[in-house]
Design a protein around this ligand. Structure first.
Ligand SMILES: [Zn+2]
Length: 139
């Protein structure tokens, strides 16, 4: 392993894909942080979230996601799998509790997969709007 001359500072090198690095550089600049500080802050926040999830939701864990739902398993309820979706009215919905807020929804909110789902919904919405402009062919 190559020796980092800054190891006295307790620093290690990690390889980051260039496309990610460029995005991180811009975000760090916006927040007036060095890239090192920005990356460490983001990672620290990620670790805190993981620790919170493990501590507060030991029975509930994410087991997957689809284009529009987060799937969580509840070991405290016979390992049932709840599908958490975002409704058109903006409310969340849990398939197990049939509620718009519950511990499964709370747990799902900590999933980074929501970004992917929101992007999908956004794309679907734009598609619908284009359809409307073309005479409402799609509905
Ligand atoms: Zn629920």
């Amino acid at each position: 392993m190559p020796v980092n001359p800054r190891n006295k500072e307790g620093i290690v090198n990690v390889e980051v894909y260039k496309s990610i690095y460029e995005k991180i550089s811009k975000l760090a600049e916006k927040e007036k942080l060095t890239i090192k500080d920005y990356v460490n802050r983001v990672l620290e926040s990620h670790i805190s979230t993981k620790e919170l999830v493990n501590r507060s939701f030991s029975e509930i864990s994410q087991v997957g996601s689809t284009e529009d739902a987060i799937l969580v398993q509840d070991k405290g309820k016979d390992s049932v799998i709840a599908s958490i979706t975002l409704q058109k009215d903006g409310n969340m919905f849990c398939s197990v509790c049939k509620k718009t807020f519950c511990e499964h929804i709370f747990r799902s909110l900590l999933s980074p997969d929501w970004i992917k789902i929101l992007q999908n919904l956004d794309r679907a919405k734009q598609y619908e709007e284009i359809g409307d402009k073309e005479g409402g062919k799609r509905k």
